[in-house]
Structure formats: C-alpha cells, structure tokens
Design a protein around this ligand. Structure first.
Ligand code: G3H
Ligand code: 13P
Ligand code: ZN
Length: 307
C-alpha cells in the first residue's frame, strides 16, 4: 500500500530501525526494490531523483510505482530524492508522490531555509512530508579542519533549520558522500556530531551516500572488464552505529547500480550468444533484489511491515 513517507520514518525512529530509500530509474529497479520489500516484509521508500525523472519520465515512473504499490502487501512511500527546485516539487506532488526532498544544501543558510520553507508550505497542503538537507556531502579527506567544519552539519544550526522550516526529516552531513569513491584511507564518520544533532533535533534523521560498495560487486564487475580502482564505501558496522544513534532513513543507489551492471557484464561475457534482454536484465534484477534484501536486514526494517 502507498503510505506517507513521514509516517514510515516516525515509526522507524520510535522503534529504533531505519527504512531504506532505494533509487530507481526504470521498471527493473522498481521490481527489484518492491520484490525485496515483499520477501522481507519490510516497509520501503522508492526514491526518484531529478536525473531519473529526466531519464524515465515523471508520469510514467510515478504511475508505475503507484500501480505496483496498490497491490503491495507492505507499506511503500514514493519519494522525490534531491529535489532541485519548487517546480519539481510541485510536479511530483501532482504526480502523487507521498514524500519529497528539497535540497538547498548548496545554498547559504538563510536561502536554504527560505527555499525549504516554501517546499514545506506546498507539500503540507497536500499532506506530503518534506526532507530538507543541511551540510554538504563531499569527500572529507585532504580537507582542513575549517573546511570540514564548513561542510559537516552544525548541530545548533540543524536545530534552528528544523524550527524555521518545519521539515519532517533532516538529511545530515557526517562524512558520507555520493558514489563509489567515498574514502581513500580508512572510512570515518563523525558519530559525535550525529549524537549532538540527535540531541537537538526531534525529526527523523537521514543518511545520504550510504552505499557500502561491496567488494564482491566490484570484483565481479572488474572480472568482466569494469575499471573501478579504489572504489570504497561505508562499512556495514558504521551504518548500524549511525542507525543506533538516530538515523531513520538510509539512502542507497550506488550499490544497486554496481550489483546490476556487474551482473549484466557477467551475463554478456559468459553467454555471448544471448540477445534476449530478459535473459540479460533478469539476472541483474535478481542481483539488485538480493542487495536490497540484505540492506533491509541490516537496517532492521525486515519483518516490520506486519504487527
Ligand atoms: O544522490 C543521488 C542519487 O544517487 C541519484 O543520482 O542524480 O545520478 O540520478 P542521479
Ligand atoms: P550512494 O551513492 O552512496 O548510494 O547514495 C545514494 C543517495 O544518497 C541517494 O540520495
Ligand atoms: Zn543523496
């Protein structure tokens, strides 16, 4: 069933687990993510970025997700990921999204507040919850203390941001970044900062850039021709700790892309006579589904769709 994103996160925060938000761009992703949610009996957030909208078309993607959600025996929220502007937010509200993110994290504080507050006004009129972001996601290595301070979420500012904007969830920067190259050295997250934000902020917290970049996927892709030297993600133990400190939504995209394309490479290399897309994309979709299932178990959302 289709549910409000805010509801899913409030329950997760109350009960101490996190809901995964999985990015999709097409039907393969949608089947993988919803199939995993059903098998794990887990609530799930299907995330669609502006890039995915440009690739797949807003109406088509939204209709597909809403159609699948109708008969789904587990709760699903349809979420705009990294909404760039109010026009995108409005279009997604019209298309039936049940959660939207407005990402003003690149703006000066007051401008971020102003943009986010307008998105909250638009979305709340329709009963849709809003995620804002404070702090920038960027590699933290080779940065000075001052540069790190400027990028990471400031706990006092976070409290003010939530109060001034009325957001329902807050994405924080504690040392993660998007993509497959998150660290050159040891993975490090600023858990102390997360604790301080949690003490000051009531709404559920969100962790972007949370892919683990599993070695098996990098090895499999590399065996069949990919070049991903130095790819490194967030260790699973770090994710567990972040969830124990109050993260209620964990965003995953890169790991799904890696699992999918590593498997496409494998099938093409090992079955060179194959040209039926279903025989190539089917195994890739399965690999993606298995990754989503593992995340749901790790985040503690498995089995939460009942009772
Ligand atoms: O955080 C961004 C997501 O991974 C979406 O990426 O903009 O390439 O669709 P995208
Ligand atoms: P990853 O690139 O680590 O998967 O992060 C995805 C994300 O934050 C989507 O908003
Ligand atoms: Zn993100």
């Amino acid at each position: 069933m289709l549910v409000s994103g805010g509801e899913l996160l409030l329950r997760a925060r109350r009960e101490g687990y996190a809901v995964g938000a999985f990015n999709i761009q097409n039907l393969e992703g949608l089947w993988a993510v919803t199939g995993a949610a059903v098998e794990e009996r887990s609530p799930v957030i299907v995330a669609i970025s502006p890039g995915a909208i440009r690739y797949g078309g807003l109406r088509l993607l939204a209709t597909a997700v809403r159609t699948v959600a109708e008969d789904l025996p587990v709760p699903l929220a349809l979420h705009l990921d990294h909404g760039e502007d109010l026009e995108t937010v409005s279009r997604c509200l019209e298309a039936g999204f049940t959660s939207v993110m407005i990402d003003g994290s690149h703006l000066p504080f007051q401008e971020n507040v102003a943009l986010t507050r307008k998105a909250v006004e638009l979305a709340h009129q329709k009963g849709v919850s809003v995620e804002g972001e404070l702090g920038r996601l960027a590699g933290m290595e080779e940065k000075s203390v001052e540069e790190r301070e400027a990028l990471l979420t400031d706990p006092a500012q976070a409290e003010e941001f939530v109060r001034l904007t009325g957001v329902d969830a807050l994405a924080v920067s504690i040392g993660t970044s998007h993509g497959a190259y998150k660290f050159k050295g040891e993975p490090r997250l600023d858990f102390e900062r997360l604790k301080l934000v949690r003490e000051r902020v009531e709404v559920p917290l969100v962790l972007h850039g949370a892919s683990s970049v599993p070695p098996w996927a990098v090895e499999k892709a590399s065996r069949y021709g990919a070049q991903l030297p130095g790819a490194k993600g967030i260790p699973e133990e770090h994710l567990k700790r972040a969830i124990s400190l109050g993260i209620a939504k964990v965003n995953i995209d890169t790991d799904l892309r890696l699992a999918f394309t590593a498997t496409v490479r494998e099938v093409l290399a090992t079955s060179p006579g194959e040209f039926d897309p279903r025989k190539i994309l089917g195994p890739a979709r399965e690999a993606m589904k298995e990754v989503v299932r593992e995340k749901m178990r790790l985040f503690g959302s498995s089995g939460r769709a009942v009772g």
